[in-house]
Design a protein around this ligand. Structure first.
Ligand SMILES: Nc1nc2c(ncn2[C@@H]2O[C@H](COP(=O)(O)OP(=O)(O)OP(=O)(O)O)[C@@H](O)[C@H]2O)c(=O)[nH]1
Ligand SMILES: [Mg+2]
Length: 264
């Protein structure tokens, strides 16, 4: 998998002060010395300060990008991915900061990435699952997955799962930065772009643990909305319109300087 230093992870945070220290512990405990970029949107609960402290204590392991306000999950990820690629990442891992995605699964994801361009930490392959999810959310998530498979033709059990590892090469070929959609739609759109660019996908089982601390930002209803959105446009991938409220639009509107991020 190339040099260890070329593996980067990206997490978006909004009010994850109760979860970020634990996530950082999990990252530091890994046998692989990957670097985590934390994209914080000025969380009122002090997540940004915790992230800064982590970066001070472990400058080779944590980097922080502060955005002035809540600008959305998707554009936070796009910014983190672009930053990682700009710094020579060969692999980019994306994960949530609320401990739903267990960093301990990262080595298995990297193993699987030897034989694929994208690896999804999947709730819906044998051995995977969700813990603490109510019936409504389980149904919404399953239905969303079905609709995405139907609309896109992708044969992926968990196309809206956010715990992933991508080869840098496929992200570039997929024009990842042009992704338009927010929230869950972002996840299937970027995946679809990778597949369309010729990328291969593997899924490995994960146990998704619902957040225990902090507030939910995306609800089951939003999952379903995202899926229904699939059928509201003539084409699966829409073309960018200038000044729109899309993830790509937000990425263009906010361009931080990378000076704060030390070279690996
Ligand atoms: N920077 C940034 N991060 C965000 C934003 N919205 C959500 N996040 C983060 O994105 C990740 C996923 O969001 P969650 O709220 O956990 O979404 P979810 O998993 O669907 O919902 P719950 O876990 O049930 O709350 C978490 O790490 C959030 O802190 C945002 O606007 N900006
Ligand atoms: Mg969550």
């Amino acid at each position: 998998m190339g040099s260890h230093h070329s593996i980067w992870a990206v997490t978006a945070t909004y009010n994850e002060a109760q979860n970020l220290p634990e996530l950082a512990k999990g990252i530091l405990a890994l046998p692989v010395p990957l670097r985590l970029i934390i994209v914080d949107d000025g969380s009122p609960d002090g997540t940004g300060e915790i992230a800064d402290r982590l970066a001070d204590e472990h400058p080779k392991r944590f980097s922080v990008i502060h955005r002035p306000g809540k600008m959305g999950y998707a554009s936070a990820h796009l910014l983190g991915i672009r930053t990682a690629l700009d710094h020579g990442a060969q692999v980019v891992i994306t994960m949530d900061a609320d401990l739903s995605h267990d960093p301990a699964r990262i080595p298995a994801m990297l193993d699987a990435l030897r034989g694929a361009d994208v690896v999804i930490g999947s709730r819906y392959v044998p051995g995977g699952g969700t813990v603490n999810w109510g019936l409504d959310r389980r149904i919404a998530s399953r239905v969303a997955g079905m609709l995405v498979r139907l609309a896109s033709g992708m044969r992926v059990a968990d196309p809206t799962g956010g715990f992933r590892a991508y080869r840098a090469d496929i992200l570039k070929r997929a024009n990842y930065h042009a992704v338009q959609r927010e929230g869950y739609s972002f996840l299937y759109e970027i995946l679809f772009r990778c597949v369309r660019a010729g990328g291969t996908v593997r899924e490995i089982p994960i146990t998704f643990v619902d957040r225990r601390a902090g507030q939910s930002k995306l609800s089951g209803q939003i999952i379903l909305e995202a899926a229904l959105h699939l059928f509201s446009r003539p084409r699966f991938i829409s073309s960018p319109s200038p000044g729109d409220a899309s993830a790509a639009g937000a990425l263009e509107r906010y361009r931080p300087s990378y000076a704060a991020i030390a070279a690996p």
